[in-house]
Ligand binder design. Structure first.
Ligand code: AMP
Ligand code: GLY
Length: 422
């Protein structure tokens, strides 16, 4: 079995790790990969967004299956291109990937289908955005650049002045480039965020354990937003009742609305929700597994990963049994100095060899340099552990973190520490 995997983060190393655990004889190629994926297979010097380069490689090498980690190649249409060439691939097509690629498209989709979301609207010019902002005096107000902006395109404006300045930055000064061709303005919703990962082939679906991400850099949810500094699952506040409500009010109606629109979504739909005093509201869709959520969801699955992903692509998810185990998983992200701004790269990472049972260190921004592994990006490692209860998984993850060192490393000591739904 020959697999091509696209991406270079902790999510992709976790996917590679799981594929190799399920099938030690797998031939694995990662484009472009990191030091972690390089230890499990061959890294290819092709960017995950270089569709022509990827297709040329795949047409020559004919992988049995291709798995896409990040959103950018999905939004650029890698799945359409591979399927046209007769190369089987996992992930949504470009039309379905608009759920992540365009926040205006998504806002219109949510409002049109009466799905639970914050009141708001989409705009294609700054004058109408400004008029809407000024006509809605409730603050804070949430301003979102339409396109992919590496997690930086959402601004929570505390005052009308800040909103006015942000609209000008997004749409006139083009702080996020073409991602600011359009924007969404919506009401701020207080509550607790949760990551809902749904595997779907368009016909049936499986909801994976509800995960909790920690987005802020600092302890106690302080400091700037990041791609995610740690996560845990299943979330202890996600009672059977809460899960049933999310399924009934969010997942089932979203999938029905996609079918009604004729959107063929086959892949992982990650629904970012916020639990308000009034139940769940949809904040965003991602069209791929979360990073770092994937790092904790994979150890909770008992069914071989490739079997699941191939069933999703072939529209036979309903015919297989996707089994989760009763474990709990925690991941702690170790980030480079400077993150979430420009990371300082090049430091050597020590202590990776001190293994502990029921843990795994997934590489993100790393690169192999001879026998050394060097820091090569913002989120460097996702130190992951699993156990029969969350507190033990957390202790184990931090025991493994304590053995790893690199100059300037930043990590939160409070991952999975606040476990109730307030
Ligand atoms: P998004 O990419 O749309 O999920 O936005 C990024 C982050 O901004 C979310 O994870 C939330 O923390 C925050 N956010 C987005 N929309 C809202 C909202 N309507 N109310 C409160 N926070 C929000
Ligand atoms: N952890 C958030 C994301 O993957 O978008």
């Amino acid at each position: 079995m020959k697999i091509l995997l696209l991406g270079s983060g902790g999510r992709e190393h976790a996917l590679a790790w799981r594929l190799r655990q399920d099938d030690p004889a797998l031939a694995l190629f990662t484009a472009p990969g990191n030091a972690g994926t390089g230890q499990l297979g061959t890294n290819l010097p092709i960017a995950a967004t270089d569709l022509a380069g990827l297709l040329a490689w795949a047409e020559k090498e004919r992988p049995d299956f291709t798995i896409v980690g990040p959103e950018a190649p999905l939004c650029a249409g890698v799945v359409d291109r591979f399927e046209q060439a007769g190369i089987p691939i996992f992930g949504p097509n470009a039309a379905a990937a608009r759920l992540e690629g365009s926040k205006v498209f998504t806002k219109n989709f949510l409002l049109k289908h009466g799905l639970p979301t914050a009141p708001g609207a989409g705009f294609v010019d700054s004058a109408s955005a400004l008029a809407y902002s000024q006509a809605h005096p409730l603050f804070p107000q949430v301003l979102k650049a339409d396109g992919l902006a590496a997690g930086k395109g959402v601004i929570i404006a505390q005052t009308p002045e800040e909103a006015t300045g942000t609209i000008a930055q997004i749409m006139d000064q083009r702080a996020f480039g073409d991602a600011g061709n359009a924007m969404v303005i919506e009401e701020f919703l207080p509550g607790r965020e949760m990551s809902i990962h749904v595997l779907t082939d368009g016909l049936s679906h499986v909801i994976l354990p509800i995960a909790q991400d920690h987005k802020r850099l600092g302890e106690g949810d302080s400091g700037p937003n990041t791609g995610g500094m740690g996560a845990y699952a299943p979330a202890p506040f996600a009672t059977a009742e809460l899960q049933a409500q999310i399924s009934r009010e969010v997942v089932v109606p979203v999938l029905a609305a996609l079918r009604e629109e004729g959107i063929d979504f086959r892949g992982i739909l990650y629904i970012g929700i916020i639990w308000t005093g009034d139940g769940p509201r949809i904040l965003e869709f991602n069209v791929r597994g979360g990073d770092p959520e994937t790092q904790i969801l994979l150890p909770l699955l008992d069914t071989p990963l490739l079997e699941i992903l191939q069933a999703v692509r072939d529209r036979r998810l309903g015919a297989i049994d996707v089994r989760s185990n009763a474990r709990h998983a925690v991941t702690v992200v170790m980030a480079a100095a400077g993150y979430p701004g420009t990371p300082e790269t090049g430091a050597s990472i020590e202590g990776l060899e001190f293994d502990l049972p029921d843990t795994a260190v997934f590489h993100g921004g790393t690169k192999q340099d001879g026998s050394q592994v060097l820091v090569n990006g913002g989120r460097v490692l996702s130190v992951t552990a699993w156990a029969s209860d969350l507190a033990s998984a957390r202790d184990l993850a931090y025991r493994r973190v304590a053995k790893i060192h690199f100059a300037g490393s930043q990590f939160r000591r409070d991952i999975a520490a606040r476990l109730t739904l307030e």
